[in-house]
Design a protein around this ligand. Structure first.
Ligand code: TA6
Length: 300
């Protein structure tokens, strides 16, 4: 069972248009609404592929109700913590020509100290026997910098490997708490460490206490740096909707970590699942036929 915790979930709304033109009025061809936020997307991908998962996060307000309804409809195992604030919305404008997606992400609603305690408690109760814990996505406004570090300490205390996908200071705090795997993108890593080179930035987080760092580099693939080596993985170019590609990579890393796979295997799976997500119409899904996409892995 892989548990995901998303402290700042969102109702994801995707608008499909022919072409995105700044300043123009767009006629929307189709609208897709899904329970989103990074950890929810990780759970969605795992659930699609038959991997046992439980998605945990706070929900409040009208959009919190829509989030809950979508989770029930899709059959995704979940536990939502009712909170007083309102769940946010993110809007992705998905264009065909050129194929791309533009994301508008609201800040979200603040959680009280009591909410954080209840969220930690909810996760703590589900941790025993879990294969991995994934903490994923931006933190809501006013969140303590060590918000994810607290979950890392909890998971380590239960002997459960923990993966964290976030940027900035919370990423550094998660490294200091000894997170097993961190998965920033290049910009999140730069904002956390100031390093331009992803391998140098990853090594800073290892020195701070992280077990491994996987940096997603968009079309250029991924770099994985651990105490025992560094690898670069790259797959074929796939056109489509990149929203949620990083979440599919985290799903692959969580599954492969829980299964004790080697690092070259883990990073190859992360690149392949990410490509399979780009080809899918919305975040939190993959095109299964692309999961075996050929990925080149080289030692650095
Ligand atoms: O990666 C895609 C996605 O998870 C969307 O589902 C959307 O809700 C957004 O990212 C949230 O990202 P954030 O970094 O703000 O938590």
């Amino acid at each position: 069972m892989i548990i995901t915790c998303t402290p700042n979930p969102a109702l994801d709304v995707s608008y499909h248009v022919d072409r995105l033109v700044p300043g123009a009025t767009h006629r929307v061809r189709s609208v897709l609404e899904r329970a989103g936020g990074k950890g929810f997307n990780v759970s969605r991908v795992l659930h699609q592929l038959g991997v046992a998962t439980l998605a945990i996060g706070p929900a409040g307000g009208v959009l919190g109700d829509s989030l809950r309804a979508d989770l029930v409809d899709s059959g995704l195992p979940h536990e939502l913590l009712p909170v007083g604030g309102a769940t946010r919305m993110t809007v992705a404008v998905v264009a065909d020509d050129p194929p791309d997606a533009t994301l508008f992400s609201e800040p979200g609603t603040a959680l009280s100290e009591k909410d954080w305690e209840r969220l930690l408690d909810l996760v703590a109760r589900r941790l025993p026997g879990a294969g991995a814990l994934v903490c994923s996505g931006s933190l809501p406004p006013g969140a303590p910098v060590d918000a994810y570090a607290r979950f890392v300490a909890l998971a380590r205390g239960s002997g459960v490997p923990v993966l964290v996908d976030v940027g900035g200071e919370p990423l550094v705090a998660a490294a200091r708490a000894g997170a097993d795997v961190l998965k920033p993108n290049a910009e999140e890593l730069r904002s956390a460490t100031g390093a331009e080179d992803p391998v140098a930035g990853a090594r800073q987080l290892l020195a701070a206490g992280a077990g491994a760092v996987v940096v997603s580099l968009g079309a250029a693939g991924m770099v994985a740096v651990t105490g025992s080596g560094a690898w670069r993985a790259r797959g074929p170019r796939v056109d489509g909707n990149p929203t949620g590609a990083g979440d599919a990579a985290v799903a692959a890393l969580a599954g492969a970590t829980a299964a004790g796979r080697s690092w070259p295997e883990r990073v190859a799976a992360a690149v392949a699942w990410s490509a399979a997500a780009v080809a899918a119409p919305g975040a939190g899904a993959v095109v299964p036929e692309l999961l075996d996409t050929e990925v080149e892995v080289g030692q650095l």
